[in-house]
Design a protein around this ligand. Structure first.
Ligand code: ADP
Length: 363
């Protein structure tokens, strides 16, 4: 296709545009839309991508038209690159977050963080506004999976003061390539690998701050990556955030099933719904023969779902490519139908559990 034939309008699909006109990737990156290479872009137009990033589509289309003619990335005004966010002064309370879904596991290492990221990607592909609150404070891995390294901006919140009259801090969530908002303890300092040693009460306080004192957008879904197990931190989240219900992540091991039983009891005692069970690392399909192997033993997903009294939302296979991309901070390049399947199953489960009006408030 000749360069001038490439169609550029707000309705142009991002992935197709970059395929037809490679310089478009550089233009989009200049606007902070690094998502042209990611799995979300195949489902997104310029207008949708701009909106997700809080930008106007018009300057992006104009810059792309110039690039099409000149073959160069034009200069871009700072004001066109900066998201239209609420000014701190206009932040008068909590954002309207439609659905809050904590993702929980009985023990560490079952892939809870990767599953949380895949859920977020699937929801984003449906053009929903998604945030991830990384409440796994002592082992925060969400920023690493999304390749986020720059600490969050923290400024004084003029609308809120502590009892001594000092303004409270207000955090701006980091924005991933595909415009997923992320708040994490790993984004508080430059030093990513600083081991955070928090005492219990401080830890739960930090999670509450991540919810209350972050300038979240009006999100459709906020996923909360909980610390593994049934400690005070998950308890706080389950009790004090107006959650829709919990997603339980497990893997096929008899021991994991026992631990999940404990987690399910914990959630039931708090009288919170379990939206469903996701069995990760469920099986492995040999790429050459297509044979399915149950590496960690037979699936316990149905047994776990029985004791959780909730449906199996998905079984996710072992896939080293996904792990590699996640470990390299490029999780958004995963373009896999499992993301859509996860999002569909989660949205159905949310719809099946209408949220009770909030009774507990942090304020
Ligand atoms: P958790 O949050 O439960 O501690 P992580 O999400 O950090 O676990 O996953 C632990 C490790 O397992 C990571 O290196 C991750 O990439 C890998 N992993 C998770 N799920 C899968 C999968 N389905 N296939 C292959 N590797 C996986």
């Amino acid at each position: 296709m000749a360069k001038s034939d490439v169609d550029i309008s707000p309705q142009t699909n991002l992935r197709e545009l970059v395929a037809a006109m490679p310089i478009a990737a550089a233009v989009l990156t200049a606007f902070g839309l690094g998502c042209s290479g990611c799995g979300v872009s195949s489902a997104e137009t310029i207008e949708q991508g701009a909106r997700a990033h809080g930008l106007r589509a018009e300057p992006i289309v104009n810059a792309l038209l110039v690039a099409r003619e000149t073959g160069k990335v034009p200069a871009i005004a700072e004001s066109d690159r900066v998201a239209e966010r609420r000014a701190p002064g206009s932040f008068t309370g909590r954002a309207k977050i439609a659905h809050i879904v904590p993702v929980m596991s009985g023990k560490g290492g079952v892939g809870k963080s990767l599953v949380t990221a895949l859920l977020a990607l699937g929801l984003r592909r449906r053009h929903l506004k998604v945030g991830v609150l990384d409440a796994d404070i002592t082992g925060p891995s969400i920023p690493k999976i999304f390749g986020l390294h720059t600490p969050m901006r923290i400024e004084p919140d003029p609308t809120r003061t502590n009892p001594r009259g000092q303004p409270q801090p207000l955090m701006t969530p980091a924005l991933s390539r595909s415009a997923i908002e992320v708040v994490s303890a790993n984004l508080l300092t430059e030093q990513e690998d600083t081991a955070m040693v928090w005492r219990g009460p401080i830890l739960t306080g930090v999670i509450r701050q991540f919810y209350e004192q972050a300038q979240w957008s009006d999100l459709d879904v906020l996923l909360v990556d909980l610390p593994p197990g049934t400690s005070d931190a998950p308890l706080t989240v389950l009790q004090s955030l107006g959650i829709d219900g919990v997603v339980l992540v497990t893997m096929p091991q008899a021991l994991a099933t026992m631990i999940v039983r404990k987690a399910a009891n914990f959630i039931h005692q708090l009288k919170k719904p379990i939206l469903g069970v996701i069995e990760n690392m469920s099986y492995f399909v040999a790429p050459d023969t297509g044979t399915r192997y149950e590496i960690f033993g037979p699936s316990y997903a149905d047994a776990v779902a029985d004791l959780a009294q909730a449906p199996v939302l998905a079984r996710i296979p072992i896939d080293s490519r996904k792990a590699e991309l996640a470990d390299a901070g490029r999780v958004e390049e995963i373009d896999d139908p499992i993301c859509d399947a996860l999002a569909t199953a989660l949205l159905d489960a949310i719809a099946a559990h209408p949220k009770e009006p909030e009774t507990v408030s942090l304020l």
